[in-house]
Design a protein around this ligand. Structure first.
Ligand code: E4P
Length: 220
């Protein structure tokens, strides 16, 4: 299972990449706006840190403009995956740019039906937003399960990228259900890494070791 970092913050990406577990990065217009920087500039810096797919999202709403934007973003770096929203015009744009060999991550997916349409148009990835589904009393991971089941019945190359991850259990459930990728905020990576019993256990080991070392030093 691949783990992507869901951020446009280069320092977070640098720190997460140093752990060796990050396979790619996803951004969206809100995340880039939060950094107050130009998308292309951020993308090039990310590409210097992480050798894997980097999702950059189009902001146009009509297919012809989306196509132009997708070509421009794809030219920024060979690892760029263009994010296109799952709307009627997005489906048209996906159809056009996938034929040109541009990798597309179809975003804002909230149902297996939407994922199926994106896969038929040769999306490289689909991004079901599990947290936002949970927020409206729907079962986000249930949608992921359906998508994995549908894709497994056919020969789609489209990867299932679990997005809008809010806690570590979303990641574990995604892995259990065979999703290809989970994209996670930096704070969730920290939560995956830590366990209080690991910290308590290490503290006790070192306290015992230091006590005994001091006793040995005293008897020498
Ligand atoms: C990633 O591709 C999405 O843009 C992101 O996971 C959305 O997360 P949010 O619902 O927490 O904003």
């Amino acid at each position: 299972m691949k783990l992507f970092l869901d951020t446009a913050n280069v320092e977070e990406i640098r720190e997460a990449a140093s752990l060796g577990v990050i396979d790619g990065v996803t951004t969206n217009p809100s995340l880039v706006a939060k950094e107050g920087r130009r998308l292309e500039e951020v993308a090039r810096e990310i590409a210097d840190i992480v050798d894997g797919p980097i999702s950059l999202e189009v902001v146009s709403l009509e297919a012809p403009e989306m196509i132009r934007e997708a070509r421009r973003l794809a030219a920024v770096h060979p690892n760029v995956v263009v994010k296109i929203p799952m709307i009627r015009e997005g489906l048209k744009a996906l159809h056009a740019v996938a034929q040109e060999g541009i990798a597309v991550n179809v975003t804002l997916i909230f149902s297996a039906a939407q994922a199926l349409l994106a896969a038929k148009n040769e999306a490289a990835m689909v991004s079901p937003f599990v947290g936002r589904l949970d927020d409206v009393s729907s079962n986000g991971m249930g949608v992921v399960k359906e998508i994995v089941e549908v894709f497994d019945n056919y020969i789609f190359d489209t990867e299932v990228l679990v997005a809008s991850v809010r806690h570590p259990l979303h990641v574990i459930e995604a892995a259990k259900q065979g999703a290809d990728i989970a994209t996670i905020p930096y704070a969730i990576l920290e939560k995956l890494l830590r366990h209080p019993l690991t910290e308590q256990g290490l503290e006790k080991f070192l306290a015992d070791w230091n006590k005994q070392s001091a006793a040995l030093a005293g008897s020498a």
